[in-house]
Ligand binder design. Sequence first.
Ligand SMILES: O=C(O)C(=O)C[C@]1(C(=O)O)C=C[C@@H](O)C=C1
Length: 302
Amino acid sequence: MSRIAYFGPQGTFTEQAARRLAPGEELLPAETIPAALAAVRAGEADAACVPIENSVEGAVTATLDSLSDAEPLVAVAEVLLPVHFSVLTRPGTTEIRTVASHPHALAQVRHWVEANLPGAHPVATSSTAAAAVAVDAGEFDAAVTAPVAVEHYPLAVLATEVADVRDAKTRFLLVRPPGELPSPTGADRTSIVAAATNRTGALAELLTELAVRGINLTKLDARPTRNNFGEYRFFIDFEGHVTEPRIGDALAALRRRCRNVRFLGSHPRADGGATEVEPGAANEDFTDAIDWVESVRKGAQA
Ligand SMILES: O=C(O)C(=O)C[C@]1(C(=O)O)C=C[C@@H](O)C=C1
């Protein structure tokens, strides 16, 4: 049985994602995202499940930063979960002055809290389930949690299906140390983090290397390197799998152009969206072109 660290404690959205990505495996809760990834790097877990992106609040920056620091880890699978919240209180609570949750969750229920709990102060906790723990301990009055949290903590349900934006989703990754890659499926996502050289047009050149090969981006985030003010790393997700000639060709070009490129994985997309390829940018076009150059070099073809 594999050991899967996840961003916990019990009752987080990430725990549900881990159950979907690694059914039947042993789940080990970690208090923070860096701690879940550190458990894999230390060999205490075989893989980790962490959130990466929310359709309302965008990137989960703790995950981006932890994936670009320390020893490399690669994503091998992803899952998309619908996100709506329950609001939990201690049984018998009559006045709600504080509402606790993960900052991403608070941002997704801001209007609901203003309308339904006027005057209540939002308080950030390490996760949605950590908010439930804190409410149970009497630290805060209400917790904004995953619906499943009420099964783990002795709290009363004040409201369900709470969300300012309908049909919100969060994408979660299963990451592990570099090893055998998942096979390409034709509907894959590749992720990298690239440190461009600090000069005019560097980001535009980097993106052009992808664009000229007909590679469709699915996400782009910039994060500071934290060493020099104004210096950034770019987290780029795009359609395709590293084993495809056109993706390999693009990665080789980025490796030439950037100060540093870290490969963060190629795996099937949870939304199933098949990779669309522009005319002239199909894998066969790349292999045909390489074969043609080879034949020219051998003098077989003018
Ligand atoms: O706190 C949790 O339950 C999490 O799994 C984290 C997280 C996030 O990082 O965005 C996951 C989904 C929701 O968008 C809110 C919080």
